[in-house]
Ligand binder design. Structure first.
Ligand code: ZN
Length: 280
């Protein structure tokens, strides 16, 4: 997914590595450019966020979210929809043990039971619009993956995303990553013990978490928790704000005449890390 990060630079480097690996393995690949498809890149949204923060742009009905939150929502939606549209039966993602452990810890800090109940490499789906997901690297740390890539001579982008330092979770990740380096195997034993002892408590029949009632998005037909999915609720609002900014921000269209005002704007605020807003 070409997200348009770092004036294309960061995204293009990532794409190049992924394409190279696909070619080496003889695996067909598809690329999807979000700017072409949706009218805005992640760089555009980052600029929009900065203008909103500085009071130079009226957010209207758009609820402010950090850039990683917007990026994650767009990526999850795009990959799931692409898989669905092309009849793929599984989506495999690169989430690793480091991401998953940090995510588990942060979800524990927030006592976010919904996300605590999903800490598993297989995320099945009983709804047709949601393609089941697998995480083949779930039990392998980020450092081990980098080491493997090095010895297998797999070209990879080792730099963090240029916006990573804006994620509220990066500092927490660094602290726990250091701890895992200090006490080797901490993440793996925590995850194994968690899955053995805690995860069974989240089975629906235990009643600890209510299963989310899912329906279909009226706009795109994908899974949603209300009549529109999170992506469709945000897409036109984001495009309107990005266009406002190009036309000069606050001095532009008065909010009342902005057509996007009629849209229902609902944003889930419970930011919990990589697995936020799983279904939408
Ligand atoms: Zn939708």
């Amino acid at each position: 997914v070409e997200q348009g990060i770092g004036q294309q630079h960061y995204s293009q480097e990532s794409d190049k590595s992924a394409i190279e690996l696909c070619q080496r393995l003889g695996v067909p690949y598809h690329t999807f450019d979000i700017k072409t498809a949706y009218g805005f890149s992640i760089d555009d949204l980052h600029e929009m966020n900065a203008a909103i923060k500085q009071g130079k742009l009226n957010p209207g009905q758009l609820q402010y979210r950090g850039i990683c939150s917007f990026c994650g929502m767009i990526k999850r939606y795009t990959i799931n929809k692409f898989a669905k549209d092309h009849g793929f039966t599984r989506v495999a993602t690169g989430h690793n043990l480091t991401d998953e452990s940090v995510s588990l810890i942060i979800n524990f800090f927030n006592m976010n039971l919904n996300f605590l109940g999903r800490s598993h490499p297989l995320i099945d789906s009983n709804i047709d619009a949601l393609v089941p997901r697998v995480k083949p690297l779930f039990y392998i740390t980020e450092q081990e993956i980098v080491l493997y890539a090095y010895y297998a001579q797999i070209n990879h982008v080792s730099a963090e995303c240029i916006y990573a330092n804006e994620s509220p979770n990066l500092e927490i990740k660094r602290i726990f990553q250091d701890l895992d380096t200090e006490r080797k195997g901490l993440f793996l034993s925590m995850m194994r013990q968690y899955q053995k002892k805690m995860l069974p408590l989240f089975k629906p029949e235990k009643g600890l978490v209510k299963p989310r009632a899912l329906t279909f998005c009226a706009s795109c037909g994908m899974a949603a928790s209300s009549n529109k999915c999170s992506f469709c609720r945000n897409k036109s609002l984001l495009l309107a704000r990005v266009n406002d900014l190009k036309k000069g921000g606050k001095n532009n269209l008065p909010e009342a005449s902005n057509p996007s005002n009629s849209e229902h704007a609902h944003v889930d605020n419970d930011y919990t890390g990589p697995e936020e807003d799983e279904f939408d």
